[in-house]
Write a protein of this length. Structure first.
Length: 221
């Protein structure tokens, strides 16, 4: 088990997507995140353990980047490797109840292209039994408002990964609350916190998707 975990972490950290990927040169002809994830799942390694391994790889490359030891291109290839693993985890994450408990609109806020965390939250909330309407990344306030208008009774989730786009989140939350006072707004993303959540008038903050599912279950109960 530990061997798979370490290999996935390394592939995500170094950005080794597939065996045939030419990058990174020092991992030429080795299996990538794609093949290792398939093999690990066949050998009953849990999707959660693989996900944690990916997060560890992402944290490591993020730390290198903030210390100027890695470039944006490294972030891009690492994201590619993590996405390769997520594609295999999708069926597990989404294997929730077939009957839907409610609707959940989600998007990454304007100016922000980070969508891996948002995609993960969308998968887990789908698995939690909700119909997810995924608006993608770099979503304008108007696009959120339109989607909420078309899906009465939904809850909404906003993701932001940059300190700069926390302002977009603030703006979107305020306008959503003004236009649809009854709607529950959930927020998340690395720079977001409980404090920021109460400051901008959102209803719920969580550092991960599982707590968001618990919250949604509570509000419909
Ligand atoms: C991959 C990555 C990229 C990729 C994104 C690819 C993609 N398709 O998403 C690319 C290369 C595009 C990128 C670009 C940039 N990035 Co970047 N990136 C990262 C990195 C390494 C990982 C992010 C990630 O995917 N994490 C894994 C996911 C699963 O975690 P997550 O997003 O946090 O989501 C979890 C929780 O936060 C929560 N969650 C998230 N959203 C929501 C929503 C709700 C409702 C809920 C309940 C929960 C929730 O649940 C998720 C699952 O647990 C981070 C560093 C890091 N460790 O976070 C930097 C990081 C976020 N990037 C950073 C920067 C600076 C940039 C750039 C500005 C770089 C540049 N000079 O161009 C650009 C900005 C582009 C833009 N306009 O958005 C900085 C941000 C610094 C800051 N404080 O603002 C970071 C922190 C790196 C660093 N240490 O400096 N990046």
């Amino acid at each position: 088990m530990q061997e798979y975990i370490e290999k996935i972490t390394m592939c995500v950290y170094k950005g080794k997507v597939k065996r045939t990927s030419v990058f990174p040169p020092d991992m030429k002809d080795q299996d990538g995140a794609d093949e290792i994830a398939v093999d690990a799942l066949k050998n009953n390694i849990s999707p959660k353990a693989l996900l944690d391994a990916c997060m560890l790889g992402m944290d490591k490359i993020g730390k290198d980047f903030s210390e100027h030891k890695a470039f944006v291109t490294n972030l891009v290839v690492s994201a590619g490797a993590m996405n390769a693993v997520l594609r295999h985890l999708k069926p597990y994450m989404e294997s929730g109840e077939v009957q839907r408990k409610g609707k959940f609109v989600i998007g990454t806020v304007a100016g922000d292209l980070h969508d891996i965390g948002k995609n993960l939250v969308a998968m887990i909330i789908t698995g939690g039994g909700y119909e997810v309407i995924d608006l993608g990344a770099d979503v304008s306030t108007q696009k959120f408002l339109d989607a909420i208008g078309k899906n009465p009774g939904c809850s909404v989730g906003l993701s932001a990964l940059l300190t700069t786009t926390m302002q977009s989140m603030d703006k979107s939350v305020k306008l959503i609350k003004q236009s649809f006072p009854g709607i529950k707004v959930l927020i998340g993303g690395a720079p977001v916190s409980h404090n920021f959540c109460s400051q901008i008038g959102a209803d719920f903050y969580s550092p991960n998707a599982y707590e968001a599912v618990d919250y949604l279950n509570k509000i419909i109960a």
